[in-house]
Design a protein around this ligand. Structure first.
Ligand SMILES: [Zn+2]
Length: 248
């Protein structure tokens, strides 16, 4: 794991942390040597997420603003082997666990179309849902509900290791609506998943939409800024499964 911290400026809130996570590993090479290219590059899974996180760090630093809480940018390893790096961090945190107020996780943002909406897995469980909506609206983007709840995606990426410790989290993904006339974002997303996910073709030959990358990053930055400066730390909603587990 690699972690960097931007210290907060508030007397007491600076001892609390907003943690961004993005996994930096992928799945190595495929054994089939008959192929011309057997390297799984992982451009969308998850170089895109790591890039968004690094760019978000740049935005925080270059904004010239001060933030009440501290921000941690945490690149975790071995996600593909079962969230190992994130699990290690959750069990050996470099800051006290109860000082981590929220986790915003970036894993495989499919930046191949000019998305018009954003999905935040976990949004229905905590006040972070509202935070995401507010941040997205600033960039003319709606928040859509989880389009595939049967997949239980909220339990399947790095943030979940921190969720199990009681820390509210959201896992961001591009929504299935596109701003481009006649384009179906869900179709582009589905085609990526069917044809390139965990294959050598998840590389720079994909038609990467850098405008979408910039918008996704701006929203991600706005989410962290809002959490960092809010009077109250994010809360699990009472009626949520996690609220029942973790709220007193
Ligand atoms: Zn993967």
């Amino acid at each position: 794991n690699v972690a960097a911290v931007l210290p907060g400026s508030h007397d007491t809130l600076k001892d609390e942390y907003v943690v961004y996570t993005a996994h930096s590993d992928h799945i190595g090479v495929i054994k089939d040597m008959s192929r011309e290219d057997n390297i799984n590059n992982g451009a969308m899974d998850n170089a895109s997420g790591v890039s968004v996180m690094l760019e978000t760090a740049r935005l925080f630093v270059e904004s010239g603003q001060e933030f009440d809480r501290s921000i941690m940018f945490l690149s975790v390893t071995a996600e593909e082997k079962g969230l190992l790096g994130a699990d290690y961090f959750a069990n050996n945190p470099t800051v006290p666990l109860n000082s981590i107020v929220a986790n915003v996780n970036l894993d495989m943002p499919v930046l191949l179309y000019d998305f018009a909406d954003i999905i935040a897995f976990g949004a229905s469980h905590s006040t972070l849902g509202e935070t995401v909506s507010k941040a997205a609206k600033q960039f003319d983007t709606e928040q859509s509900p989880d389009p595939m709840p049967e997949q239980a995606i909220f339990t399947r990426s790095d943030h979940y290791t921190l969720v199990k410790k009681g820390i509210p989290a959201v896992f961001l993904m591009t929504g299935f609506n596109s701003r481009t006339e006649g384009e179906d974002g869900g179709e582009v997303w589905g085609k990526f998943f069917a044809e390139h996910y965990h294959k050598p073709s998840d590389g720079l030959n994909l038609d990467i939409n850098y405008e979408a990358g910039a918008r996704f990053t701006n929203i991600n930055f706005a989410i962290g800024k809002e959490i960092a400066n809010a009077d109250q730390r994010p809360q699990w909603l009472e009626e949520s499964f996690f609220g029942k587990q973790f709220n007193d």
